[in-house]
Design a protein around this ligand. Structure first.
Ligand code: HEC
Length: 142
């Protein structure tokens, strides 16, 4: 290995190391609420899968049905347990995401695949924005 390669390798490793530091804001939760919110997240991903599959078939009834499952009505069920732990910015982003699913459900009336896809894209940008900003951690018992 010549010097150039060694320098390149060292630079790459240094870059990896700086990435290892987690800049996301921690959201501490009791263990049960931590599991609850992760379950909700997995539900979100299943919903996105179901909506994408249904859109490819232009099955707007199915799109609406799945989108509603991720809407405000469902979110309200878990909200009393989660709300005390959520920072304001997190809460707003979560709220906006559930509302956007409700809007997607409503707008399936237009039967416009392009429109629904655009709305789904906007929803996904909220998922990724929040994932870049926050992480959960289990609160230590005092
Ligand atoms: C308001 C913030 C927020 C929004 C919006 C959000 N997430 Fe998350 N999600 C998180 C956090 C925080 C984690 C945990 C990340 C960590 O601790 O490393 C997470 C974890 C996940 C996980 C992993 C679950 C597991 O069992 O580990 C999945 C899957 C996921 N999110 C999917 C989604 C999808 C799909 C969307 C959009 C429809 C979405 N999330 C929207 C905050 C959010």
């Amino acid at each position: 290995m010549n010097l150039r390669w060694i320098t390149l390798l060292t630079c790459t490793l240094t870059a990896f190391q700086s990435h290892a530091e987690d800049a996301r804001t921690p959201v501490p939760l009791p263990a049960a609420e931590h599991q609850l919110v992760l379950g909700e997240m997995r539900g979100f991903l299943e919903t996105v899968e179901a909506i994408t599959t249904a859109l490819a078939r232009n099955d707007f009834d199915s799109v609406a049905q799945h989108a509603k499952k991720a809407g405000m009505a469902e979110a309200r069920k878990a909200m009393p347990r989660l709300r005390p732990y959520m920072p304001e910015g997190f809460r707003q982003l979560g709220h906006a995401t559930h509302q956007a699913f409700d809007q997607l459900a409503l707008d399936t009336e237009l039967e416009d695949t392009r429109q629904s896809l655009q709305q789904l894209g906007e929803i996904l940008s909220r998922c990724t924005a929040c994932h870049q900003a926050y992480r959960f951690e289990t609160q230590q018992k005092k």
